[in-house]
Ligand binder design. Structure first.
Ligand SMILES: *Cc1c(COP(=O)(O)O)cnc(C)c1O
Length: 402
């Protein structure tokens, strides 16, 4: 069994987090208490949106966002193949069709030109209704252009912002936006899984500026049940509630939200440390003949959820050797992501084939994710840089001798 000494991502929990959770657990309400709304308000403020609805996971947030948007049978939801499967699965949960639009090779995010081309000539029967751009690795996608295309074609935009809490970008008029602020998309989805920027264990949220969407999301989070007397059809008595739509139990608990608020208070600190580490990696790897880091798009600041290297030169076709050697050295490397269109379920059910999304697939074959999280020490960062550099040089030297 290999022992990984430095994982690719890790949560950072301190004493303040522990005492917030302990206080929540000692209170009267450990599930639906006041800390949920407090966390929702703090999150909305952090991203600059009017509302947020916290739920049990990022996947639940994607599902409810698609449902609240009215996505259903006959509809097509478009996303990028380079993402976690949940970004596409949310279409399936609603009875809609998922489909993919290739990535732009620089951002590795949904390419607005490919989106426009798709909408002019859809590949399958159905009505394109929603687009789910992913802010890959924490670098903002070109949301301004994607939103303009979506608006012209009547599509809803749901940002998968699970990598991008705290990322910012500047629009063509010079206004700076925080990802998830609702300025260009109807909704944005976040995850609080332990590898993400802030954690609640499992957890997620949708942010929006639309009050009606907020109300729908809240209702769907808890079985579609309404208790507000103003919204009920009948008035049977104080015990009375009505199930008015088919919802789920996607609630998050009070003590998870206690952790979330405590973590969120450290978001700026976490982001600063992630950016500091990414800058060290950038200066070590930018221009390296065997490595090509993802570039932060112009006029934006990444939230650096992931640090991805693309192998090139003699290492371009030797990802497996490089990956194995890094793992052997104790580095918790990873690959984000296998194109969703390659997943057996997607191939069997929808007939996706390898070769359909050339930019996504070329990226995937060369990608390696190296460690990036706030608790990584300067010594560990140096070790990562030295180990990656010597491994790629060794693999390239072996390649030139065969
Ligand atoms: C983490 C993640 C999700 C899912 O979030 P969970 O909280 O794990 O359900 C969805 N999309 C992307 C891009 C993610 O990184």
């Amino acid at each position: 069994m290999l022992s990984v000494t430095v994982p690719y991502g890790r949560h950072a929990i301190d004493d303040a987090d522990l005492s917030s959770v302990a206080a929540a657990l000692q209170s009267d309400r450990i599930t639906q208490g006041p800390r949920i709304e407090q966390f929702e308000e703090a999150l909305a403020a952090a991203v600059g949106a009017r509302y947020s609805v916290a739920v049990s996971s990022g996947t639940a947030a994607l599902h409810l966002a698609a449902l609240a948007a009215g996505i259903g049978p006959g509809d097509i939801l478009l996303t990028s193949p380079i993402t976690f499967v949940a970004s596409a699965n949310c279409a399936l949960y609603c009875g809609a069709q998922p489909d993919f639009v290739d990535v732009d090779p620089l951002r590795v995010a949904l390419d607005p030109e490919a989106l426009e081309a798709y909408l002019q000539k859809p590949r399958r029967a159905g009505r394109p209704r929603a687009v789910v751009p992913v802010h890959f690795a924490g670098h903002p996608a070109d949301i301004e252009r994607i939103a303009a295309i979506a608006k012209a074609r009547g599509l809803i935009v749901i940002e998968d912002a699970c990598h991008a809490l705290g990322a910012t970008w500047t629009d063509s008029a010079g206004t700076t936006h925080r990802v998830g602020d609702g300025s260009h998309a109807q909704m944005a989805v976040f995850s609080f899984h332990p590898v993400k920027h802030v954690t609640t264990g499992e957890g997620g949220a949708v942010t929006t500026n639309d009050r009606a969407l907020r109300d729908r999301l809240r209702s769907l989070r808890s079985h579609g049940i309404e208790r507000d007397p103003k919204l009920l059809r009948q008035r049977e008595g104080p015990w009375y509630y009505e199930m008015q739509s088919l919802g789920y139990n996607y609630r998050i608990t009070d003590f998870q939200c206690a952790l979330g608020s405590s973590q969120l208070a450290k978001l700026d600190e976490f982001l600063a440390r992630r950016r500091e580490i990414a800058a060290r990696y950038d200066s070590a790897f930018r221009g390296h003949p065997l490595l090509e880091p993802l570039a932060q798009p112009a006029r934006s600041r990444s939230a650096y959820h992931l640090y991805v290297l693309r192998l090139r030169g003699a290492c371009a076709s030797r990802r497996r050797e490089v990956f194995d050697a890094l793992l052997e050295a104790g580095m918790g490397v990873n690959v984000h992501y296998i194109p969703v269109s390659w997943q057996p379920y997607y191939q069997d059910r929808f007939g996706f084939r390898r070769g359909e999304f050339p930019h996504a697939e070329d990226y995937y074959r060369r990608a390696v994710t190296i460690p990036l999280y706030p608790a990584l020490s300067d010594t560990q960062v140096t070790w990562v840089i030295d180990t990656v550099s010597s491994v790629v040089e060794r693999v390239a030297a072996v390649a030139s001798n065969v």
